[in-house]
Design a protein around this ligand. Structure first.
Ligand code: NDP
Length: 328
């Protein structure tokens, strides 16, 4: 195949545009492994890249898509051979390196993770960067000794991708999970994933007190801004908040009071440059600890053609859970 189908972002003088195109295989970037992509997914960041709403894409032309799963078709990397089943999350793919919304990718073998035994390409993309980030948040809270006995844990943006997986993982780990959402109609969905309580996200959008009532031993925050500031002020003495998102904004209008008067910790979580050894551990745990029925319940599949529509919806907070993109 000398050309393959891809979604391509360009930025001519007339502005930002994103369209399907036949991409020449010779224009793939450097890498020691070539993959036939079968599935990708849509994360919030992919929505930003496709629409151009934030400057996520830093090279043009770009194939967006920060995740993919597929089969190795050529490799000069010591760890990979043709026929291997691999997945990729982050590393700048879909931002600075040609990404996952394509039938082919050429990447560094060091960026790839083996698809866990017993999982399909569709299942690992149902997890995707969002689900793998949720596991990184769980691991960060565990490293801070946030055990179920210490009290409830909060998940903000709970009906979204990171939020849905975080609810399921934390509930399975035995936590009393409080799911915060702006979509009360998703209450049954969130309880089905394991939430013990579903609350209105408006509880975290009001004025920020330096110290609020101590409610949560820990939290996974996907929203940022005023929400994160309020969550910090309502975290119990010695608790911790794993912050991974900015769906509500990038600012943080907080005070230092929770840190210096309650010993609260703010744990930053990044999936993109996360070291390979930590990724492999996250994926090993995801394959064993994420209930497959719950994963199915939070996932919809779409044909490649519909990826642009979903990109707009995810930025509007209209996508529930996770989306798998069927590439080929
Ligand atoms: P989703 O859009 O699937 O989920 C975000 C959720 O946040 C929405 O479903 C909604 O949940 C809530 N939300 C949306 N807008 C607002 C708002 N204005 N105020 C308050 N809540 C809002 O996105 P993802 O799950 O893919 O990503 C979530 C966040 O995490 C994004 O900011 C993303 O960039 C970030 N992220 C960061 C990573 C990292 O490496 N640090 C990796 C992956 C994601 P509800 O309707 O339930 O309120």
């Amino acid at each position: 195949m000398s050309t393959f189908r891809a979604l391509v972002v360009t930025k001519p003088d007339t502005g930002y545009s994103c369209n399907f195109a036949d991409f020449d295989e010779r224009d793939l970037m450097d890498g020691d492994v070539t993959v036939r992509i079968t599935h990708s997914t849509v994360n919030y960041k992919d929505g930003l890249a496709i629409t151009g709403k934030s400057p996520v894409v830093r090279r043009f032309p770009m194939i967006p898509g920060v995740d993919f799963a597929g089969e190795v078709i050529a490799s000069s990397h010591k760890d990979w051979n043709p026929g291997d089943h691999v997945l990729l999350n982050g590393w700048g793919v879909g931002e600075t390196h040609l990404g996952g919304y394509a039938e082919r990718a050429r990447v560094k073998g060091d960026w790839l993770v083996q698809v866990p035994f017993g999982m399909t390409h569709a299942q690992v993309m149902a997890i995707g960067t969002a689900g793998y980030t949720a596991m990184l948040c769980l691991m960060a809270l565990e490293a801070h000794a946030i055990t179920p006995e210490r009290g409830p844990v909060l998940v903000t943006g709970a009906a979204g991708g990171v939020g849905s997986v975080a609810v399921a993982l934390l509930a399975r780990a035995g936590h009393h999970v409080v799911a915060s959402t702006g979509r009360p109609e998703e209450g049954d969905y969130l309880r089905g994933l394991g939430a013990a309580e579903v609350i209105d996200r408006a509880e975290f959008t009001g004025p920020v007190k330096p110290l609020g009532k101590e409610r949560f031993a820990g939290a996974v925050d996907t929203v940022g801004s005023t929400t994160l500031a309020n969550v910090l002020s309502q975290t119990k003495y010695g608790g911790a908040v794993a912050a991974c998102g900015l769906a509500g904004g990038m600012d943080l209008p907080a005070t230092v009071a929770p840190f210096i008067l309650r010993g609260v910790s703010l744990l930053g979580v990044d999936s993109v440059q996360c070291p390979a050894v930590v990724r492999r551990e996250a994926w090993r745990r995801l394959s064993g600890e994420l209930d497959r029925d719950k994963l199915d319940a939070m996932t919809q599949s779409i044909p490649f053609d519909e990826v642009k529509d979903i990109a707009t919806k995810i930025l509007d907070g209209q996508v529930r859970g996770r989306v798998v993109v069927e590439i080929g």
